[in-house]
Design a protein around this ligand. Structure first.
Ligand code: SF4
Length: 222
């Protein structure tokens, strides 16, 4: 896929050099489509760098890298902690049990996964699903910051304590962080529970629902 994109880009660059007056196809694209194609091209490069990354020890143990995935022209980006077993197998974020629950939560606020972008703090699965270590997060978080910059959402939801604390550079409890207003890279940031925590402890369902009602209001401008 990367090679194909590279070849396509090279072809158009050559055409532009040889026949500058004839290469006008890109200008005929509607603005929104052009913007989204530009974002996808930048993200392809980023995913390829993630694919080659060996900056931390997690690269040795994981099956494959799991970069972010989803709609690039979106107002909403969800950020979890790290890929799990199923994500590591499929190379996509939130495709296991937690992902199924996340889809239900999104449906409850009238959104579908195809309408949003989802990523994680680290892109490689930590062995035995342990929490990513601070040094691993520090090596990896730059990739996420680039994803945020490119996708440029209005609202970010941090799913779980690891995502919330690391994005907010805080060691407060999730309960405490949920009560405060936050921004990250100029976007509204809403910390809430990770779907896997909801699967283990149903008492987190109510506060999570309260947080996603807030997300719905912001997303739809209600
Ligand atoms: S977790 Fe991130 S920094 Fe570590 S190897 Fe994977 S992509 Fe690179």
């Amino acid at each position: 896929m990367n090679n194909l994109n590279h070849e396509i880009r090279r072809y158009f660059q050559q055409q532009l050099e040889l026949y500058p007056e004839n290469v006008f196809l890109a200008d005929k694209k509607p603005k929104a489509e052009k913007k989204s194609m530009e974002k996808e091209n930048i993200l392809e490069d980023l995913y390829s760098r993630i694919g080659d990354c060996t900056s931390c020890a997690l690269a040795e143990k994981c099956n494959q890298k799991v970069p972010g995935h989803g709609k690039t022209d979106t107002r909403l980006m969800l950020i979890g902690e790290a890929p799990g077993r199923e994500e590591d197998k499929q190379g996509l974020p939130f495709v296991g049990k937690s992902g199924k629950l996340l889809d239900k939560i999104l449906a409850a606020i009238e959104l579908k996964r195809e309408q949003i972008y989802i990523s994680n703090i680290v892109k490689c699965r930590p062995p035995e699903n342990r929490n990513p270590r601070q040094e691993e997060i520090q090596k990896c978080i730059g990739f996420l910051q680039e994803e945020i910059e490119v996708v440029d959402p209005d609202i970010i939801v941090a799913l779980g304590l690891t995502a919330s604390r690391n994005l907010l550079n805080s060691d407060s409890s999730l309960k405490q962080l949920r009560q405060e207003d936050h921004t990250y890279q100029g976007k509204i940031l809403i910390p809430t529970y990770h779907p896997s925590a909801l699967l283990q402890n149903p008492s987190y369902k109510r506060p999570t629902w309260e947080d996603f009602k807030k997300v719905k209001k912001l997303y739809f401008g209600e």
